[in-house]
Design a protein around this ligand. Structure first.
Ligand code: ACO
Length: 429
């Protein structure tokens, strides 16, 4: 019977160590016993960008990047996209189980009745420059919510935590829509409790002079599915930011604002905006060959392609590709889809992409749908943030209830100057 251990020989000393293996991992702290002498700090592992380091155990989301599998709490993403709703999925992520009908009604009622924001929040958004990027507005406004709910600091009380979770899921679309309308110079539209989560968001984005806004059912459904597809993705950059800030026991608004800030970057949630800019720059299917040459020469990246975890087709991209056609049937075709389809076809047959296992990721087609819905590019990462909010909160809850977690504090390998004496200004060359 093989033993679940790893035997390590330190060739510097000849010492042999036996390290336990659990779930295919060794504990980095077990390396610390490996020393060359009593004053040695002990061995560490060096892993810039955490390419092979598990920072936590988790029971929320499973990804098999080689097979292109994504599951929330064990349920395949394809089934949730087809049969669940965003709020049901949010409940699943946070509580661990699908709700029964009464529980889902109560959860939906709670979220629906926390969508309003304090009038000071409206004034705060008003104070941003007329052309403020809505993601900048979102990051700051979510952080500002902590000043409205100071009780949120009481992390030990599960009821207090539950209320902040409800508030955040409920208020993200309101803040997002206000940020969008501020940028467009439009009046703010208050939430409409008769509408679904996605329907109300569309109402707050697009309502003009009509008495009652009625969302297009195909667009409402597509947005709900897009939120489901974005709802969690285990320990990605923004979730790690949420957990990192949360580990200092900051309130959830501050931690979630940090997660939004991480999402803002073009290598993460900003990629779908970058995809549209890329497709517009290419302009016509005829120009694809030239563009691909530049990608392969390392001049530019094919945005919406590649993923740290998926070395196969991102399962979310498959659902989104189909969804794009449903939305185009309802609101009209986005002409950039032809360039996207052709790019994908060429890339999937090109050795550069095949050998590096680069496939379309979630962002390759999502921007095309948002654009067809009439949304400007700079709100795309904001939509991602709305969808990801339940995932961030589920991960934050899991962090707080994990007895193994402490404040996050990575180590470093210091390569700087040795100790040296201060040189007065007039003595420096
Ligand atoms: N276009 C062209 N080449 C690429 C691409 C791309 N999109 N992505 C990776 N490569 C190449 C790299 O140049 C590198 O090639 P090399 O081995 O010859 O140097 C190789 O593939 C490995 O790339 P890394 O950058 O090491 O892969 P990493 O895992 O660090 O990066 C990332 C993943 C950031 C997603 C990357 O693929 C990328 O920049 N993609 C485009 C941006 C994007 O779509 N981001 C969205 C990700 S999904 C999300 O956050 C929701």
């Amino acid at each position: 019977m093989p033993k679940d251990t790893l035997t390590v020989t330190d060739n510097r000393t000849g010492e042999v160590y036996e390290l336990p293996i659990s779930h295919g991992t060794i504990r980095a702290m077990d390396l610390r016993q490996i020393k060359v002498g009593p004053d040695d700090f002990g061995m560490m592992s060096y892993d810039p960008a955490y390419k092979n380091t598990a920072s936590t155990t988790s029971r929320i989301t499973f990804i098999d990047g080689d097979k292109g599998v994504l599951r929330y709490r064990g349920y395949p993403i394809e089934q949730l996209a087809e049969r669940s709703s965003f709020l049901e999925t949010a409940y699943l992520l946070i509580s661990g189980e699908l709700p029964d009908a009464d529980t889902l009604d109560d959860f939906t009622h709670d979220i629906t009745h926390h969508t309003m924001v304090h009038e000071n929040i409206r004034e705060l958004i008003d104070a941003f420059r007329y052309d403020a990027h809505p993601m900048g507005t979102l990051v700051s406004t979510v952080a500002a919510l902590s000043t409205f709910y100071p009780e949120a600091k009481d992390l030990a009380d599960p009821e207090v935590r539950r209320l902040q979770v409800t508030r955040l899921i409920a208020k993200m679309p309101t803040i997002a829509a206000y940020a969008y309308r501020h940028r467009r110079g439009l009046h703010y539209v208050r939430p409409d409790n008769d509408l679904s989560y996605a329907g109300n968001f569309l109402n707050m984005l697009f309502k003009m002079t009509e008495v009652k806004y009625r969302p297009d059912p195909a667009v409402e459904k597509a947005l709900d599915v897009l939120f489901i597809l974005h709802a969690d993705h285990e320990q990605n950059c923004s979730t790690s930011a949420m957990r990192g800030v949360g580990s200092s026991q900051a309130d959830p608004y501050s931690a979630l604002s940090a997660a939004c800030a991480a999402l803002y970057g073009p290598l993460h949630g900003g990629a779908n905006e970058a995809v549209i800019r890329m497709l517009e720059e290419i302009g016509t299917p005829k120009a694809i060959g030239d563009f691909m040459r530049r990608v392969k020469e390392g001049d530019v990246r094919l945005m919406g392609f590649g993923h740290r975890v998926y070395r196969n087709y991102d399962p979310r991209a498959k659902v989104i590709k189909q969804l794009a056609h449903d939305v185009f049937d309802a609101v009209g075709r986005n002409p950039l889809i032809d360039i996207a389809l052709e790019l994908e076809k060429i890339a999937l047959e090109d050795d550069y992409f095949v050998s590096r296992k680069l496939f379309p990721n979630v962002d390759f087609y999502s921007g095309l749908i948002y654009q067809a819905m009439g949304l400007p590019m700079d709100i795309f990462p904001v939509l991602f943030a709305i969808g990801r909010t339940p995932g961030w909160l589920a991960q934050w809850e899991e962090l707080l209830s994990d007895p193994e977690q402490k404040i996050h504090r990575p180590r470093q390998v210091y390569l700087g100057a040795d100790a040296r004496d201060y040189v007065p200004l007039d003595a420096r060359r």
